[in-house]
Design a protein around this ligand. Structure first.
Ligand code: XIL
Length: 360
């Protein structure tokens, strides 16, 4: 073989290999990697990045109650249908997010002729919503966040929401029963933030136990994972993985991102806004990129150590140009993910691939 042909062959082999070096392949056999995508059509190179790096997809917004059923009985499935089809066409799993939440949930669920609706009416609407949505995606969406963020951030056990006000604690078991009836093969999750911290972890365990005592089928738990640089609760995350696993729950990290612009609140209460400065409008300084890489690596080393307990790790967004942290809890230029706005891999990607035993 002529040496130029040999060189060409070698360089195409190298290209193929570096294409092979994806997050999902690096952790194959340990846990799946997922990504949340918005409804707006992505550019071709964004799609390519999402579908080569990740094995699962969550809809960032379009499968929530508000977008899906803006008025009673009028479902708007187009966006969700499109995203589900796109995922399945590319061989990705789809995680359904979310059937019951106090945010992005229209008021009509709770009102009748200008008055608070009766509990019977609210219960029927809850069941009808879940039935219609879960049946539509039966066999396509294999895991669901049935209830999102039902636990209180304060002293009390449950978050005061219109659902709780209308139905009491019953709404939780109702939701899981309805989802199970609609698709008995789907795996049903409870999803929340800060449940890796001691106070809310105890509440989450109580919730799971009470639901199960009532015969509600709860198969798994989602730890959202909206963490902040330099404040990642590694030890508590580990304790939670152990505690939830011991409870017989399948565990997913459902909404991972590391905020690098300081904010006051931990967790992710989407209705609590703050004021602050746009500290890094022109990019993240190298020193911070490095720290972010180290902390992502430490987190993935922990996940790797407990991979027997973790089913999937999903990032809340594909790249820094498409992260909700550019807008919450105040408008700023954020840099929480593995790819920057130009889709260039940040040091965090190489650091995490190295944890999996893969070099770039
Ligand atoms: C966020 C979306 O990313 C935003 O686009 C939307 O404006 C508000 O909701 N916890 C959740 C997610 O469970 O559904 C939230 O998603 C982020 C916090």
């Amino acid at each position: 073989m002529r040496s130029s042909a040999l060189l060409a062959m070698l360089s195409s082999l190298a290209a193929a290999e570096s294409d092979d070096l994806t997050l999902k392949r690096a952790f194959a056999g340990r846990f799946e990697l997922g990504v949340a995508l918005p409804t707006a059509p992505l550019r071709e190179e964004e799609n390519k990045l999402a579908f080569t790096q990740f094995g699962a997809l969550t809809a960032e917004n379009c499968m929530k109650p508000g977008p899906l059923q803006p008025t009673e009985g009028r479902f708007a499935f187009e966006a969700a249908d499109r995203l589900v089809a796109l995922a399945l066409d590319h061989g990705l799993q789809v995680h359904g997010h979310t059937l019951v939440w106090h945010q992005q949930c229209p008021d009509w669920f709770f009102v009748q002729d200008g008055q608070p609706a009766t509990p019977e009416r609210v219960r029927e609407r809850l069941r009808a919503h879940i039935r219609t949505v879960v049946q539509r995606y039966a066999g396509k969406v294999k895991t669901w966040d049935v209830v999102n963020e039902a636990l209180s951030d304060g002293k009390e056990y449950l978050r005061p929401t219109p659902w709780l006000a209308a139905l009491g604690e019953d709404y939780l078991a109702e939701a899981f029963h309805a989802a199970h009836e609609a698709d008995p093969t789907a795996e049903l999750f409870y999803n929340d933030y800060n449940i890796e911290l001691p106070e809310k972890r105890e509440k989450a365990l109580r919730l799971i136990r009470e639901l199960r005592r009532r015969g509600a089928p709860v198969h798994g738990i989602g730890i959202q994972g909206h963490w902040q640089l330099d404040h990642i609760p590694f030890a508590e995350i580990e304790k939670s993985l152990i505690a939830f696993h011991a409870e017989g729950l399948k565990i997913m990290i459902t909404e991972l991102d590391f905020d690098v612009v300081p904010r006051r609140q931990s967790g992710a209460a989407t209705d609590v806004r703050e004021e602050g400065q746009d500290l890094y409008p022109n990019g993240l300084p190298p020193e911070l990129l490095e720290r972010q890489a180290q902390q992502y690596a430490r987190l993935f080393a922990l996940f790797d150590q407990h991979h027997d307990k973790i089913h999937r790790v999903t990032f809340w967004g594909l790249h820094d140009g498409r992260t909700w942290l550019n807008g919450w809890p105040y408008k700023r230029t954020n840099h929480p993910l593995f790819w920057d706005r130009q889709l260039q891999a940040k040091p965090a990607l190489a650091a995490v691939l190295a944890v999996a035993g893969q070099g770039l």
